[in-house]
Design a protein around this ligand. Structure first.
Ligand code: FAD
Length: 395
């Protein structure tokens, strides 16, 4: 029996239909596993459908963590090949606005270079030719290969590709329990909101990709998962003021990135820790504070018609007390451990930019544990168009 034939007998359930779960459905299905995905709401209705939309070149993280920066740079190159439809490769400008920022520039450039990120200093006059609305009093400007992700299309491309290979995603189906026997996963209990009834689904492996809710899902399996949900607010105005991502050149903090998304400009974000990802309310004070920060990068931002303010919750890997900025933006794959049932995996942390790499790491781990030599191919397989996902469902 070949390893692919053996994989076909392994039933995998993925919990969570955000970017991570969607990429995982594609990867494992492509390796031959029999996969289903359950999402309690609409697909991408968690953090994935609400994030800032920056395709991170890695420059933002280079000083703090060169490995994460390198991973972002590699993923940008891969996503450009496999998911060009979901990406606007518009590049980014980092602007120094103060003495402190100027002093930071040398460290920033060295770290970007160490991570393999193509960073180039440009004269402020040149930067103003690219982006006429940036602050003309900027002291320094650096060009990096940032971009913009379409938050919905990218996961739908993964889902469409998985569906084409026979995998199904079930929206509005909440996993309410992990079923076990003799310490091994045997399936999940699912509440189907469309039919208003509970059902059970068999599984040999359950993968918890529930983002900021991953801690709760793990609890149902008796696993204490180290994850810190960290909320952040963003504000959009109804005008595209820049075509590039515009960032403040300083150590990553609050309100220091403006991302163009379709006809909008979005400033983000703030950040605070929360115990309840469902109970987060956008603080009124965040909105004005972010508009002021945006004016520093793009003067006049706050004069544009207000479009929306919203808050999303980051699933940060690890535990922290103190805002979450100190926690890594990397991701962790938590394999079956001593306290949880065999066959139960979790993946936490990461970014929308690195969701494909997260999925690959989980799938590699599953294959290792089952002694299956099936290499991942998602890095080299162009994804299907996002529209195919719905076309297949209708057919
Ligand atoms: C303010 C903010 C800005 C960000 N900006 C960027 C950015 O510009 N670029 C970038 O790369 N990253 C960004 N991120 C990070 C990025 O959004 C997240 O890392 C990513 O979206 C997480 O995806 P996920 O699939 O892991 O989680 P989610 O998208 O949250 O998916 C988890 C899903 O699980 C579902 N679920 C939960 N419990 C259950 C259950 N019991 N049964 C079934 N389903 C369940 C949820 O409904 C949810 O849809 C940002 C994050 C925040 C908070």
């Amino acid at each position: 029996m070949s390893d692919r034939d053996r994989a076909a007998d392994v039933r995998v359930v993925i919990v969570g239909g955000g970017g991570t779960g969607s990429a995982l459905l594609h990867d494992l299905t492509q390796r031959g596993f029999a996969c289903r995905l359950f999402e309690r709401g609409e697909l991408t209705s968690g953090t994935t459908g609400r994030h800032h939309g920056q395709l991170h070149s890695g420059a933002r993280y280079a000083v703090g963590d060169v490995e994460i920066a390198r991973e972002c740079a590699q993923e940008v190159a891969i996503l450009r090949r496999i998911a060009a439809d979901s990406i606007e490769m518009n590049y980014g400008l980092f602007l120094a606005l103060s003495d402190d920022d100027e002093a930071y520039a040398e460290t920033f450039v060295a770290a970007c270079q160490a991570a393999g990120i193509a960073v180039r200093r440009v004269a402020v006059d040149e930067a103003l030719r690219y982006e006429p609305r940036i602050n003309p009093r900027a002291r320094l400007a650096y060009l990096v290969p940032d971009g913009t992700i379409d938050a919905y299309r990218l996961p739908l491309q993964f889902l469409a590709s998985a569906a084409a290979e026979g995998a199904l995603a079930h929206p509005f189906c909440e996993v309410t329990g992990i079923r076990t026997k003799q310490g091994m996963v045997t399936g999940v209990s699912v509440f189907d909101y469309t039919k208003r009834r509970e059902k059970s689904w068999p599984a040999d492996i359950v993968i918890n990709a529930a983002g900021p809710w991953a801690g709760r899902v793990a609890q149902t399996a008796g696993v204490d998962l180290p994850v810190t949900p960290a909320a952040g607010t963003m504000v959009a105005v109804r005008r595209r003021l820049c075509n590039m991502v515009v960032s403040h050149l300083h150590p990553p903090g609050d309100g220091d990135i403006i991302v163009p998304q379709r006809g909008l400009s979005i400033i983000g974000s703030t950040q605070w820790e929360t115990d309840d990802p469902d109970g987060v309310v956008t603080p009124e004070g965040d909105i004005e504070w972010l508009r002021v920060r945006a004016d520093e990068l793009l003067p006049g931002f706050s004069d544009e018609p207000f479009h929306a303010a919203w808050t999303a919750v980051r699933p940060l890997a690890g535990r922290s007390a103190g805002g979450g900025r100190a926690l890594s933006r990397g991701f962790t794959v938590v394999p079956p451990g001593r306290c949880g049932p065999g066959g139960f995996y979790s993946v936490v942390g990461g970014k929308a930019t690195t969701l494909r790499a997260m999925a690959q790491a989980v799938a590699d781990r599953v294959c290792d544990d089952l002694d299956l030599a099936i290499a991942g191919r998602t890095h080299a397989t162009p994804l299907r168009p996002h529209r195919d996902y719905f076309r297949r469902n209708i057919a």
